[in-house]
Design a protein around this ligand. Structure first.
Ligand SMILES: C[S@@+](CC[C@H](N)C(=O)[O-])C[C@H]1O[C@@H](n2cnc3c(N)ncnc32)[C@H](O)[C@@H]1O
Length: 251
């Protein structure tokens, strides 16, 4: 708890005011990722491998953009920084620990941007929904990665919708998820989508008690790879059940 509080306090002054409310979610992610490191290792390596495979055939490696870069656990940042002229990491929040690690690595070509990638504000304002439209102004863009972000957009939208005033359409979550996928598929360069698409609550005997579609009925592109991510192994949320997410990678 003390480390979490320190990380929160160190990240606060480094984060723009509109994004400070999201710091606690990133700290929670950091905390859980540390506790579950062993159980998450396979998922993280498979995510990194998908991104490596998607970038492998590129003729030019000028600018790469990573959407939902977070803790950089499932992103092969060392290879991206080595192979691309510029790497842009975009997330709601970049924790102080991530900033410190990047500074220690002395990457000169890695840039951090804080941005809400969901499109929530545009949808709430009744404006055109194009959450990835800003990528058109990124010069020499050769590669875009959506790194285990998409299902989080859905969760974040539901959370904001419940706590903030203002009207959102009934189908807001579906529309924002679909807009992310449309934005990715419309890019004029190579892209790689890694996302969890479903979750299951499984008991000690392997019996599934609950399942849900994390993409809310929006069809993902066909997978080039898929695997299971033990998001909450036995003991993390309960001693009686574990939570597993189904993940796919497409490029
Ligand atoms: C499951 S984590 C992905 C982890 C990350 N790729 C890594 O390697 O550690 C989801 C990430 O998406 C970010 N995120 C969630 N909603 C977002 C939004 N609307 N805009 C930008 N980033 C968002 C979170 O802050 C978090 O870092």
């Amino acid at each position: 708890m003390i480390t979490e509080a320190l990380l929160y306090a160190a990240t606060l002054p480094l984060t723009g005011k509109p994004h400070r409310k999201f710091i606690r979610y990133s700290v929670n992610l950091w905390s859980r990722a540390g506790r579950c490191a062993e159980d998450w290792a396979d998922h993280e390596e498979k995510s990194r491998n998908a991104i490596r495979a998607a970038a492998a055939g590129l003729r030019q490696k000028r600018t790469a953009v990573v959407l939902g870069s977070g803790l950089l656990r499932d992103v092969p940042i060392e290879e991206l920084a080595r192979d691309f002229d510029a790497v842009v990491l975009i997330d709601l929040v970049h924790l102080a620990s991530v900033r410190l690690w990047l500074a220690a690595k002395r990457y000169r070509n890695v840039r951090l941007i804080e941005r809400d990638l969901s499109g929530y504000d545009d949808l709430a304002a009744g404006q055109e929904l194009e959450p990835l439209g800003f990528l058109r102004s990124v010069p020499y863009l050769d590669f875009v990665v959506s790194a285990n972000l998409l299902s989080q957009i859905g969760r974040g939208v539901k959370r904001r919708h419940e706590t903030e005033a203002g009207r959102m359409p009934e189908d807001a979550v579906e529309r924002l998820i679909a807009a992310h996928l449309t934005g990715l598929s419309g890019l004029p360069c190579q892209h790689c989508l890694v996302t969890d698409i479903a979750y299951a609550v499984v008991d000690r005997n392997g019996k599934t008690h609950e399942e849900a579609d994390l993409l809310h009925g929006v069809a993902p592109p066909s997978a080039k790879a898929s695997w299971t991510w033990p998001v909450a192994p036995l003991g993390e949320e309960s001693g009686d059940y574990r939570i597993e997410h189904k993940v796919l990678a497409a490029w």
